[in-house]
Design a protein around this ligand. Sequence first.
Ligand code: MG
Length: 377
Amino acid sequence: MRKVVLLGATGSIGRQTIDIIEQYPDRFKLVAVTANKSIDVMKDIVKRHACLYVAMDNQYRDAFETAQFFDLKALKEFIQAVPEDVVVVNALVGSVGLVPTIAAIERGFDVLLANKETLVVGGEIIKPLLNTSVSTLIPIDSEHSALAQCLKGSNIDDVEKLVITASGGSFRHLKKDELNHVTVQDALNHPNWAMGKKITIDSATMMNKVFEIIEAHYLFDLPYDSIEAVLHPESLVHGMVHYKDGNILMHVGPADMHIPILTALQGEERLPYRSIFDITKIKSLHFEAIDPIRYSLFDLGIAVARKKGLHTVTLNAANEEAVELFLNGTIDFITIETIIADCLYYFDNGYDVTLEAILDLDQKVRNYIKTKYVDGE
Ligand code: MG
């Protein structure tokens, strides 16, 4: 029986994780959950699974009689309190996932990571931590789940390159100058995947693929020159590994996040999951290079990733804030890019990467955006 701590229980990945846990009640037991909002859903989850630990906003402190309550700001203490033998599913959105990931690694827990921003902002400090811990990072992201399976049993030194695929997002049929008047509703209408709001926007800007290349860099220990992304509108091939001997292993499957979640949770097993996939219905698969003019944030993001240091902290914080401003109607879609470029230019990012420096810069970037783009200068 694997005991599961689920960070972000009411989001898209969180809900699908609970689906899998409920499909295998003899294999998995949900013991601890966190959520930002959705109090009624959370009360139901805690009751149904008899969870012993819950973290939410402090206003809900008295809503849970049978579970030990933690404020959402105290995720480190929350992780420090859970039982010894758990795995942590990190399905949080944004850099808020970093601190509980570090706390989990420090306790030696395996972390099943859907929260890619953890590695985007903290990869430089997570890697050395993993080297001194028994814990493993296991990807839940579909592309990285695919790559991990294609890499299984192989030596990373034998890999020529990794390739992840990009759907192109909600606006892939539009030209760059047609992006001026798109709406939030259009942006949230992803052609292939049903996902949370933030990642759906990241998918439309191609920032999601920047983050996934950074994620692959830290997960698989390969230089950026050896990791590529290609457009693949069908979203059926999720990842490819090119080996130096000329063999290429490709992972194919339906666009259903339950599968990478189950893959991460099950460990060495192959538990049955209903999957409707008829290869005879697939008439063609398309692949093409990502157009750097059309998806200009992609090239910018990769250049920032290569700089390392604290640059990716600015990139991520600016992106999180800009996406939120777009979603709440404060800015246009194309202004997301303006804000990110502004922040990268404005901040002196530095190379001394510590948790304190990350959290400090993250907050400064958010404050800068609020002052300049929300309150007005
Ligand atoms: Mg992905």
